[in-house]
Design a protein around this ligand. Structure first.
Ligand SMILES: Nc1ncnc2c1ncn2[C@@H]1O[C@H](COP(=O)(O)OP(=O)(O)OP(=O)(O)O)[C@@H](O)[C@H]1O
Ligand SMILES: O=C(O)C1=C[C@@H](O)[C@@H](O)[C@H](O)C1
Ligand SMILES: [Mg+2]
Length: 197
């Protein structure tokens, strides 16, 4: 796919460091499954849009002083989700940021409300097979520490797809596009996007 916008190198960084700020300062939220590219694409988008980048998983890890996988081990998914909701409520109020959410942040109804009411939500979509290829080797994704992670991804995607779509202002199919190409295509869509103040 050919998209107009700044030239990017293969790592998703701009060849030309010229920034292109958005005409609104509502937070930009990235949602999608594990491996959708929220962290990778979010970091690159933030650099080009001259916004601060916040990653909800990393922020939670920084505040708790432990990895997400250890929070799951100690407090279970329920404990993790409570912490995630409290932090999302706080972070989603911040203007002028790009926020990469956790893959399951759309599960709680109050989280979906925060996202829909407070910012522009981009759903980064990819097939279950593509997601599996991207995350297969990562140990810090506790929900995939099962005998059959591929089937787990299929099941989670089927369950969550309607929730991602419910919150999305824009859905972007990453297909097999490289990170740099996804970013290049997203910028003009975000520039043209209309938001209520
Ligand atoms: N469009 C893409 N093409 C190829 N690889 C990609 C793409 N998007 C992300 N990746 C790679 O997939 C892996 C997972 O990406 P990333 O960590 O950004 O996903 P995430 O959506 O933040 O997942 P999580 O919800 O688990 O935090 C990384 O190694 C990243 O480089
Ligand atoms: O998809 C999920 O439920 C998760 C995704 C990650 O971003 C982390 O938030 C955690 O591993 C849970
Ligand atoms: Mg991430």
């Amino acid at each position: 796919m050919d998209c107009s916008g700044p030239e990017l190198n293969d790592a998703g960084g701009p060849e030309d460091p010229a920034v292109t700020p958005l005409p609104y300062d509502q937070p930009l939220f990235l949602v999608g499954m594990m491996g959708a590219g929220k962290t990778t694409i979010g970091r690159s988008l933030a650099r080009i849009l001259n916004r601060e980048f916040v990653d909800l998983d990393h922020e939670l890890e920084a505040r708790c002083g432990v990895r997400v996988s250890l929070i799951f081990d100690i407090e279970g998914e329920e404990g993790f989700r409570k912490r995630e909701t409290t932090l999302l409520d706080e972070c989603s109020r911040r203007r002028g940021i790009v926020l990469a959410t956790g893959g399951g942040a759309i599960l709680a109804p109050e989280n979906r409300r925060y996202l829909k009411e407070r910012g522009v939500v981009v759903y980064l979509r990819a097939s279950a097979d593509e997601l599996f290829r991207r995350v297969a080797r990562d140990r810090n994704r506790p929900l995939l520490q099962t005998a059959d992670p591929k089937s787990r991804i299929h099941a989670l995607l089927a369950e969550r797809e309607p929730l991602y779509k419910e919150v999305a202002s824009l859905t972007f199919d990453t297909g097999s596009m490289a990170v740099a190409q996804v970013v290049r295509c997203l910028i003009p869509l975000l520039q043209r996007h209309e938001v209520n103040s």
